[in-house]
Write a protein of this length. Structure first.
Length: 438
């Protein structure tokens, strides 16, 4: 039975208040669509019973949380492990929520005891922003979370299997720690909310004392409980439908062919927003930082601002719109168009194409996908990503059955300096592109 794409209710994907947490999301995340948008689509697409809903760029987990709340099975992947933890935290459930505050006291108690132990000189990426004593206290809290809530000897989370080892309760405490660190690091935020600075020298690192850190942790746990209680409807999942969340690339989904009924997703923006830098402090909590691990992760994320050493060629399979845009970009007179910007865009489109091929592979023959994308500009050149997604979709065997456009008011692409000089008055649009298997 095919899905009823014609009668799906599509409202504006935009979240109401900038970056504040929305129902079900305990962590402010600027890059997602609203829960109500996801809810209207998943309700009105009329899925068969036992359907599986997928988000291959799961972010804060809006799609998977809403799909499960509506009684469907769901699965979400994100290559950034921080986002998998964030998405897991929203699955806490009413019963578990009651145990959060007593557990918080236990965790603080345990980490206070560990403060009395001799300090190790371990290399800790938290020391990028914090003096060693404060980094040690924050790490002590993280170790306590593991000791109480994650079986087995302590290992940095970057070396663990987050999907199977981190429960939603443990994820809530990690999110509380993320929120503490984010508040402490407020002076390292630049005008661009997606960027976090590092101290210019070691003496400028922060030195919050132990009491300030423990108090801040208790406050965040308390706030998380209040926020969750005020969003009651997100606390009760049919237990059979807890989403499966995993760290994985959209370009190689660990799913069998013909498995998914519906995809609701939004790929990373094509405006060089660096998702890894945005979450660098949280990644430091997981142990990414001092070796090459942070840089490796950063380079692997789609839409990042780096350029790969691999020589990727543009392909005609990406469609006319993409080919013409790339040609105009290449010949643009502005500095580095031919070199850095051209290569950076090629990299993005290559990942997008591979990901759409994967979506086609895992969709059931009766399945469909709704993909939320925005137009953007390179200088004055329109990058019509909705059209490119449609044409790439055709090329991998997905036909566009519907598009819904919305005007974008708060424009992420304008965060990069220099973009407004070339296009003072042009508005971007956000589009929901529906693709069905041919
Ligand atoms: C626009 S956000 C998704 C927002 C999500 N739909 C929501 O509402 O919360 C894109 C996400 O893709 C992730 N990402 C980037 N490259 C990826 C890749 N190759 N595979 C999987 N996820 C990736 C980023 O970490 C980011 O969380």
């Amino acid at each position: 039975m095919n899905l009823r794409i014609d009668s799906v209710e599509v409202i504006n994907p935009k979240r109401k208040s900038g970056s504040s947490p929305q129902p079900g999301n305990l962590y402010p995340y600027y890059a997602g669509y609203s829960s109500l948008f996801a809810q209207k689509i998943i309700e009105t697409v009329v899925l068969p019973e036992n359907s599986v809903v997928l988000d291959p760029w799961n972010g804060g987990g809006t799609t998977t949380t809403v799909a499960s709340m509506l009684g469907y099975n769901s699965t979400g992947f994100d290559l950034n492990p921080v986002m998998v933890i964030v998405a897991k935290s929203s699955l806490i459930g009413q019963n578990n929520l009651k145990s959060i505050q007593p557990l918080c006291l236990e965790l603080i108690d345990l980490s206070k005891k560990s403060l009395a132990l001799p300090k190790s000189d371990e290399i800790d990426p938290l020391k990028i922003w914090f003096q060693p004593s404060s980094a040690g206290t924050l790490r002590g809290l993280e170790k306590a979370i593991q000791r109480v809530l994650i079986p087995g000897p302590y290992r940095l989370l970057k070396d663990r299997n987050i999907s199977s080892e981190v429960s939603s309760i443990a994820a809530v405490f990690y999110v509380a720690l993320f929120r503490v660190i984010r508040k402490l690091l407020v002076k390292f935020r630049g005008s661009n909310p997606t960027w976090i600075k590092t101290p210019s020298c070691k003496k400028n690192r922060l030195r919050p004392n132990d009491k300030a850190i423990y108090d801040a942790f208790s406050v965040e746990v308390q706030l998380i409980c209040e926020e969750s209680n005020s969003n009651n409807e997100f606390l009760d999942f049919p237990s059979a439908n807890i989403p499966e969340l995993n760290v994985s690339s959209s370009e190689a989904l660990p799913l069998p062919d013909d498995h998914i009924d519906f995809v609701l997703t939004s790929p990373p923006y094509c405006t060089r927003i660096d998702y890894a830098v945005k979450t660098r402090p949280e990644l430091a909590v997981l142990g990414f930082g001092n070796d090459d691990s942070f840089e490796e992760l950063r380079r692997s994320l789609m839409g990042n601002a780096t350029v790969s050493k691999k020589n990727i060629e543009a392909s005609d399979l990406w469609g006319d719109e993409c080919t013409i845009f790339l040609r105009r970009l290449y010949h643009h007179t502005s500095r580095a168009s031919k070199s850095y910007y051209y290569k950076n865009h090629i990299q993005y489109f290559d990942s997008l194409y591979s990901s759409l091929s994967e979506i086609e592979r895992v969709l059931k023959p009766s399945g469909a996908a709704a993909i939320v994308v925005q137009t953007s500009y390179y200088k004055e050149l329109l990058n019509d990503l909705p059209k490119i997604v449609g044409e790439m979709g055709e090329s991998v065997g997905l036909k566009t059955s519907r598009v819904n456009d919305f005007v974008v008011r708060q424009d992420m692409s304008r965060l990069n300096k220099g973009t407004t000089k070339y296009r003072p008055n042009k508005k971007n649009k956000e589009t929901v592109v529906f693709l069905e298997r041919n």
